[in-house]
Design a protein around this ligand. Structure first.
Ligand code: 5GP
Length: 203
């Protein structure tokens, strides 16, 4: 059985990552979303264990020291990390896994698991990014400035990714990511375990 596909989605806040990832999960019921751990407090409406595991800095440090995180990063002053065991188990069972993480985390994942497929989601323009952030209304002016600064830094790193998707429209951006998944699954390296088993190719 082929291992599942590890899909990493990054992008500046305001690029519509959350919405696109939710739509992707709705369309692909076999895709498993990795819930991250974070030290930031929950926003209104966020559910513990569903959106994030909300933990203390002390707990986060313990996870890091136990090497229980596949990757971790400090973003806007808070810590974020991907619990390793559930991701590795799902992949081994052949299930596809979705990580929604920042550029620092994506780099660590790609270094540890080069077969991971990384997608960078871009807003159609910088102006549109600012407009979306303002429209969300969850950030105050200082937070928004920080997010916009970080966004331009992150966008410069977009070329490190395997794919770039411009999110002009949610359905279209989601369809592009679905197409990426489909294409990646057709790569001979991924199909090889099946081909070997069937005797279609030799080792
Ligand atoms: P937010 O606080 O807006 O939910 O997320 C802030 C940033 O942290 C986003 O860029 C998001 O992709 C990133 N992030 C969320 N979870 C993780 C994680 O587990 N690891 C890393 N490296 N970044 C994360």
């Amino acid at each position: 059985m082929a291992a599942g596909l590890l899909l990493v989605v990054s992008g500046p806040s305001g690029a519509g990552k959350g919405t696109v990832c939710r739509e992707l999960l709705r369309r692909l019921p076999g895709l498993w979303y990795s819930v991250s751990a974070t030290t930031r407090p929950p926003r209104p409406g966020e559910r513990p264990g569903v959106d994030y595991y909300f933990i203390s800095e002390e707990e986060f440090r313990r996870l890091r020291e136990a090497d229980a995180l596949l990757e971790w990063a400090q973003v806007y002053g808070d810590y974020y990390g991907t619990p390793r065991a559930p991701v590795v188990e799902r992949l081994a069972q052949g299930q596809d896994v979705l990580l929604e993480i920042d550029v620092q985390g994506a780099r660590q994942v790609k270094a540890r698991l080069p077969e991971a497929v990384t997608v960078f989601l871009l807003p159609p323009s910088y102006g549109e990014l600012a407009r979306r952030l303002a429209g969300r209304g969850t950030e105050d002016a200082a937070q928004m400035r920080r997010r916009l600064e970080l966004a331009s830094f992150e966008i410069e790193r977009a070329k490190e990714y395997d794919y770039l998707v411009v999110n002009e429209e949610i359905a279209q951006a989601t369809a592009k990511i679905e197409a990426i998944i489909t294409a990646e699954k057709c790569r001979p390296q991924r199909a090889a375990p099946y081909l070997l088993q069937e005797g279609i190719v030799d080792e």
